[in-house]
Design a protein around this ligand. Sequence first.
Ligand SMILES: [Zn+2]
Length: 440
Amino acid sequence: MHDLLVRNASVLNPDMSISEHKDVFVDGNTISSIADTSAVSEASKIIDGTGKLVMPGFVDSHTHLCQTLLRGRTIEEWPMIWTRFLIPFESNLTEEDVYWGAQLACLEMIKSGTTAFIESGGIHMADVAEATIKAGLRAAIAKSTMDMGGVIPASMKETVDECMTATEELYSKYNGAGDDTIRIWFAMREVMTCSPELIRETAKRAAALNTGIHAHLCEHHDEVKFCLENYHLRPAELLEENGMLGPNFLSAHNVSLTEHDITILKKYDAKIVHCPTSNLSNHGFPKTPRFLDEGMVVALGSDGASSTSLSLFEKMRLMRYAMTAYWGIPVFDSRVMLCLDLMKMATVNGARAMLRDDFGTVEAGMKADFITLNIDQPHIQPTSSLLKTLVTNAGPGDVCDSVINGKLVMENRNVLTLDEKKVMEECTKRQKEIFARAGI
Ligand SMILES: [Zn+2]
């Protein structure tokens, strides 16, 4: 008797081919086997997979859960969004606000097919961890650190020691929590708000705990200009000089990069995450095809919900058309950003960016982190390439079920781990209160 069986489904294989009429078995937190459909298989819980595709859950590889309650407030506003909205918003969040806002983010992620995320940091990260454990998502969570910067209020700055202690406390309490679904990482917000001493110490402490580092890098021109003016180095060179780069380094955004910067990141096997909605709203077009040519791990992120949805379906599609328009059209190349690569970026590459090789594909022996999609619908069938049609046509509403670490967290779009109605009510009330307190 197996724990869970998805019977008679199609399956998206690790090589991105699709098999039909398969039974997917889960035992404990692992996909125990995948076999041709049989009428006699038994399991404690059986999901009918007829007309469904079992595929790996998406990994949102750069997000900020505490910004969910800022939704709708930053779009079409004048600069600087960071100083006018983000700082007053974040500095007015209570622990309870973050707890409820993070649950709302988890709800949206689960209903959009995301089963894991990499949180780059905000405030009250223990509450983010608690909400994530309750929701049942897999996550690598970091606390934002800042020890300098003229526009940052004193209440948001900490000394290097305070930054390190806060993350180490979070690590000792939550790393491995939630049946080992939670990992705690270090974060460096960005070079304009983190001193070289903070960068060096973060690298040292992350190495001692054998964990990851998440940072915003080469996001926009101001950051590069600041670095050149103050250090006579580009941001990637500054991090290299201070010992931060390595295979455990996840670099978010990566827009204003020279060829030399790409060489540096490649040399250290740094992982790359692009956030198309924020890159294309404010910063520019990343050289994503170059990173893929170099064979680097490239993942996709939402960058939080303040001005976009958390749907990775949307990010894949946006990335496809943006890359084609910017890099493809000038040289008459329609293949600069393939659907196959986009699907890998949203799934297995996210797992690799999270420094994990035990989930991200649907195959026996991997952790059971997968979703089912209703593929028997007029915007999807018939198709001569289901994979390409999923990238161009599918959306969050097509996700039926979600299994994370072997646990069924959503069945028929009903999230089993969170009280959706209560979360919506609390968040609606709290958003108004926070905006009033912050004066935004
Ligand atoms: Zn970010």
